[in-house]
Design a protein around this ligand. Structure first.
Ligand code: PRP
Ligand code: URA
Length: 206
């Protein structure tokens, strides 16, 4: 089982405020934005660059530019809350969408939408704040791989050990980057202590 947890006091502060049941949707969205920046920077710290030289107002300076544009794929609907900050940071990003919804009784996700850009040879960030059973993440990874993707990173806010194990056993090549690893899943397959239903808290549909 492998997950890399971001190690920053601001990340822990943001997760704590997201967990708080008293945090209202508008604040919840803003906290998600800020935490996603930390996750995205961590998940992309080994991106390839090419060396260039630019003319400053005073002299020439060596520098580096990102070699290739990223792909980001939010899993609808909660993953949409993590999209904007990544597109803001990496302006060249192409965006794909995968729609998956968990059945309330079985907790098995079924796909209702999939539209991906060209992923061949490009780093793909799949973003979904909750990694519970890992069923949704595995289906999303399967879809990106079926489209030819290979360098895939999964970004989540809170993970359960069951989800990390599921993803890392089916897709050992995929890096998982998260902000918190929680204790377990409850009988409804919700993460505990967790933060509840992320999509509902993000969009005020409680
Ligand atoms: C939630 C969450 C993940 C999934 C995680 O989505 O956003 O996509 O559950 O659970 P899993 O690891 O057990 O698959 P949900 O299906 O509730 O849909 P929503 O984002 O539309 O609320
Ligand atoms: N989806 C959520 O939004 N929360 C959980 O705890 C599990 C799945």
């Amino acid at each position: 089982m492998k997950i890399r947890l971001v190690d920053h006091p601001l990340a822990r502060h943001l997760v704590c405020r997201l967990r708080d049941a008293a945090t209202a949707p508008a604040i919840f969205r803003s906290l998600t934005n800020h935490l996603t920046i930390i996750l995205a920077l961590d998940a992309t710290r080994d991106l390839r660059t090419r060396t260039v030289e630019v003319a400053t107002p005073l002299d020439r300076a060596p520098g580096e530019l990102l070699s290739a544009p990223l792909v980001v794929v939010p899993i609808l609907r909660a993953g949409l809350g993590m999209l904007a900050p990544i597109v803001e940071l990496f302006s060249d990003t192409s965006v794909g969408y995968i729609g998956l919804a968990r059945d309330h009784t079985t907790a098995i996700a079924s796909a209702y939408y999939c539209k991906l850009p060209d992923v061949v040879g490009r780093t793909t960030l799949i973003v979904d704040p909750m990694l519970a059973t890992g069923g949704s993440a595995c289906q999303a990874i399967d879809a990106v791989k079926a489209a030819g993707g290979s360098d895939i990173r999964l970004l989540c806010v809170v993970a359960a050990p069951e989800g990390v194990l599921n993803v890392s056993s089916h897709h050992p090549d995929v890096q998982i980057i998260g902000a918190a690893l929680d204790r377990e899943l409850n009988s409804q397959k919700y993460i505990v202590p967790g933060l509840g239903d992320f999509g509902d808290r993000l969009y005020g549909t409680l």
